[in-house]
Design a protein around this ligand. Structure first.
Ligand SMILES: [Zn+2]
Length: 247
């Protein structure tokens, strides 16, 4: 998966038929499937569904790569029940071997469970919980699918544990703090810059704290502003006076 928060899949191979655009109801659960086919890629299932009236939203490949075949907001034909199709997202898991065990790779288990967790978060379905927001194909029609992933099978508990753990990570994990947006010029000045600015102001005009800045020796220990005032006074300019003598 490229991005668990935005649900960007590793690849798209969108169906051009055998799904229904849009959804008559909101998303309420995830339905698990296995391919019952060995080492199928996203492209492989796309080809199979060209001649079969079926589809699912996602294919999790043997190496863990996740392909999207039907957009989440469209209705895939995966649960053999129009009402279940309307309110669910179907995830297909690739098999790494054939019958009788129909094994599934560790990568497929992990990524399939994480995908379900990310979908639960994205669509506000709550923490993954089998029987409510996580369902299996075999509940809705006469099939053994998802076979080894179903309760009693070798992968069910590991898949559920991974889904719950990843959901918690996505929802409560540490997030990088966003830097606060500056609201005024003062907010963008740090303490060091503020100190430097006060220093420069003091050297030009005289510090508000007497004695803090002794003045420039070449100006008779005056600040530039005070030196200018003395020069103006000696030139006889009106309003100029020597700040030391107040005359
Ligand atoms: Zn199925």
């Amino acid at each position: 998966m490229k991005d668990w928060h935005t649900l960007e899949p590793d690849l798209y191979r969108l169906m051009n038929k055998h799904y229904t655009p849009g959804r008559p109801s909101s998303i309420r659960c995830i339905v698990r499937h296995h391919n019952a086919g060995v080492n199928l890629t996203t492209g492989d299932v796309w080809n199979i569904w060209q001649s079969r009236q079926a589809s699912a939203h996602y294919q999790v490949e043997v190496n863990g790569r996740i392909g999207q075949l039907v957009n989440d907001w469209d209705t895939a034909w995966h649960a053999a029940s129009a009402s279940m199709n309307a309110q669910s997202i179907g995830i297909e898991h690739a098999n790494s071997g054939g019958p009788p065990g129909w094994p599934i790779s560790d990568a497929t288990i992990r990524e399939g469970a994480r995908l379900a967790a990310a979908l639960c978060k994205a669509y506000d379905l709550g923490r993954p919980h089998y029987g409510t927001n996580i369902r299996d194909h075999r509940e809705f029609t006469s099939t053994s699918c998802p076979y080894a992933l179903a309760p009693g099978g070798p992968y069910h508990q590991r898949w559920m544990d991974e889904a719950v753990q990843f959901y918690d990570e996505l929802t409560t994990g540490p997030k990088p703090p966003a830097p606060p947006a500056p609201t005024s010029k003062e907010d963008t000045m740090n303490a060091e810059q503020s100190h430097q600015l006060a220093d420069v102001t003091g050297q030009l005009t005289g510090s508000p704290t007497p004695g803090e800045f002794p003045g420039w020796p070449q100006l008779g220990n005056r600040t530039p502003v005070d030196a200018l005032a003395v020069i103006g006074k000696h030139l006889g300019l009106p309003g100029f006076y020597d700040p030391r003598t107040r005359k």
